[in-house]
Write a protein that binds this ligand. Structure first.
Ligand code: FES
Ligand SMILES: [Fe+2]
Length: 352
């Protein structure tokens, strides 16, 4: 259900420290901590000896000591100490996962470590770019990470960011082999409440119509960045001049926990009133309310899917982006299983 050869956000940078943090990613329990120098480490959360969670143990310098019989592991996962014996069994180790710390998240690579190129970490730089300000939170969603849906604002979020025009204007879907982009423009509309308030932060005297944009980019397998904003109508925003508007980025990293649950890391970054912490907090709380609407809907949908096994979804025009996203995820999964299939076939052939 998820590709393993991918970077997944496993935690906010601030969540990982000298206290052991246990988290499950793609069905794999991991324990996270930082070395004394501050480097983040992720080890399999399963002791080599009797399988107990290492997150129930303790840190000794950079080493993690199992809480049951005291085997110690280094940050590379190799056992460094065994109780009451001098020699260390050479097979004694737990898996150590490649990590990259970037854009306020710790990213974990769950697949083949040889393929873990840091250049493949999805770009969420708005999270720590000095030209942008914002904050976010994590939702623990009781749903398959692939249920994320890109085209539901009008109805689900009607009271905040939705407006009727969103569903009336044409949209454009483009894709590459790793991304799908859905974009649409609404010209000369009345700003919905959320955006009217944002525009007033920059242009308190303006009450006229706006041009609104929404450009949603999905990057396989599970990151979505949404470029959103409004500008005074007719001031050139569609042609690229956004100086008379306000711009935000909704950053989403959905990390599968199990087949039917996910860690949903989100943030909202803006490019105006950068020094105003009051606005950062207000926005985080406001957007939190919007995401709560998503969470409620996704959890209910997951329950309905489980109650209707084998149900094939019908698709509308608005699902074009989501269908492409699913296709890209499936391609990644197929590429991995084909690889395994080939290797298994070779082993079988060699054995013959
Ligand atoms: S279970 Fe970890 S040392 Fe025995
Ligand atoms: Fe939503």
């Amino acid at each position: 259900m998820f590709p393993l050869n991918a970077w997944y956000a496993v935690a906010w940078d601030v969540e990982v420290g000298r206290k052991l943090l246990s988290r499950t990613v793609c069905g794999r329990p991991v324990v996270l901590y930082r070395t004394q120098e501050g480097r983040a480490v992720a080890l399999a959360d399963t002791c080599w000896h009797r399988l107990v969670p290492l997150s129930m143990g303790s840190l000794h310098g950079d080493e993690l000591q199992c809480g049951y019989h005291g085997i110690r592991y280094g940050a590379d996962g190799r056992a460094t100490h065994m109780p009451a014996q001098e020699t260390i069994n050479p097979s004694a180790c737990v898996r150590s996962y490649p990590l990259v710390e970037r854009h306020r998240y710790i990213w974990i690579w769950t697949g083949d470590p040889a393929l873990a190129a840091p250049s493949l970490v999805p770009d969420l730089h708005w999270n720590d770019d000095p030209e942008w300000a914002g904050d976010g939170r994590t939702i623990h969603a009781e749903c398959d990470y692939r249920l994320m849906d890109l085209t539901h604002e009008t109805f689900l979020h009607g009271s905040s960011i939705g407006n009727a025009e969103l569903n009336e204007v044409p949209f454009e879907v483009t894709h590459t082999d790793r991304t799908v982009t859905v974009s649409r423009w609404m010209y000369g509309i009345q700003a919905p409440p959320f955006w009217a308030a944002q525009l007033a932060n920059r242009f308190p005297d303006y009450g006229g119509p706006v041009d609104r944009w929404q450009r949603i980019t999905f990057e396989a397998p599970s990151t979505i960045r949404i470029d959103v904003g409004v500008a005074k109508a007719g001031t050139g925003a569609p042609e690229g001049d956004r100086s008379q508007g306000v711009n935000g980025y909704v950053l989403n990293a959905l990390t599968p926990e199990t087949d039917r649950t996910c860690h949903y890391f989100w943030a909202f970054a803006r490019n105006y009133a950068l020094g105003d912490q009051r606005i950062t907090t207000q926005l985080r709380e406001g957007v939190s309310g919007v995401f709560f609407e998503d969470e409620t809907m996704l959890n209910a949908q997951q329950r309905a899917i489980e109650a209707n096994p084998g149900y094939e979804f019908y698709n509308l025009n608005i699902d074009a982006g989501g269908m492409w996203a699913r296709r890209l995820i499936q391609r990644m999964i197929d590429a991995e299983t084909e690889g395994v299939g080939t290797a298994a076939t070779e082993v079988a052939r060699a054995g013959r």
